[in-house]
Ligand binder design. Structure first.
Ligand SMILES: *[C@@H]1O[C@H](CO)[C@@H](O)[C@H](O)[C@H]1NC(C)=O
Length: 239
């Protein structure tokens, strides 16, 4: 009897190993939050009105250990999960959280529907996540992380929107002090003819889990555009 139970247990362990070997292989999740004012400053007429005064969601991205995002699902070249929901099917399952999504995860570009944005995020990131057939949980999990005041950028960045630039290092250290871990800062350079960086996004990294909840350092604390300037010029406007 004991033997029988043991071998059933061993078989179950082997089966789960076989499944995890097939499943998408990534190290952590990156929650990316956008500051709409920075994105819309160069062409506000192209943005939705009113321009949100909150950090909105860009996405929740399965990410490799070295900080590279998992490439989009492809049935031949990147078969990360068996039979993920198609983008059309996925968006069709989001009715119960439509209002939350519209508020917190809108497409900022006026001419493109939010639904199309969610479909793109699903195809590029959701299909290779731990929720390939459960888009409602994938999007809900993302909303819950973004709504958690522990990760409210307006609290943890240590500064409020203003017209003075801030050293990126200061913002990184503020977040480290307030959250316990380093985020990633992403920049844009929206004003033609200047090399002034703007704070475009802040990204928080979470250990891979369903749902992700334990924060960790992001391996790369700023993106390539922030890093393209010499360290002394790495200041961002946060308007
Ligand atoms: C990260 O790892 C992946 C997979 O091993 C590799 O394809 C990619 O080039 C790496 N990226 C960097 C920036 O090292």
């Amino acid at each position: 009897m004991v033997m029988k139970q043991l071998s059933a247990f061993a078989a179950a362990v082997l089966a789960s190993l076989a499944v995890s070997a097939q499943a998408s292989d990534f190290a952590f999740y990156k929650l990316s939050l956008i500051w709409p004012t920075s994105v819309c400053i160069s062409a506000p007429q192209n943005c939705i009105t009113p321009i949100p005064k909150i950090f909105t969601i860009h996405g929740l991205w399965p990410t490799l250990k070295n900080g590279t995002a998992v490439p989009p699902y492809d049935p031949i070249d990147n078969n990360c999960n068996p039979n993920p929901d198609s983008a059309g099917v996925a968006v069709g399952k989001l009715a119960p959280i439509q209002a939350r999504l519209q508020t917190k995860w809108p497409n900022l570009i006026r001419s493109v529907s939010s639904s199309l944005f969610w479909q793109t995020e699903w195809s590029h990131h959701g299909m290779c996540s731990d929720y390939p057939q459960d888009p409602l949980s994938y999007f809900t999990t993302t909303l819950n992380l973004a709504d958690d005041s522990k990760y409210d950028p307006l609290k943890v960045l240590g500064v409020q929107p203003s017209n003075t630039p801030h050293p990126i290092d200061t913002l990184l250290e503020n977040v480290k002090k307030n959250v316990g871990f380093y985020p990633q800062i992403s920049c844009n350079m929206p004003i033609k003819g200047t090399k002034q960086l703007y704070l475009k996004e802040i990204r928080f990294c979470f250990k891979r889990a369903t749902p992700p909840s334990a924060p960790q350092n992001c391996p790369d604390d700023m993106d390539d555009l922030c890093r393209s300037l010499p360290p002394a010029q790495r200041t961002v406007m946060f308007p």
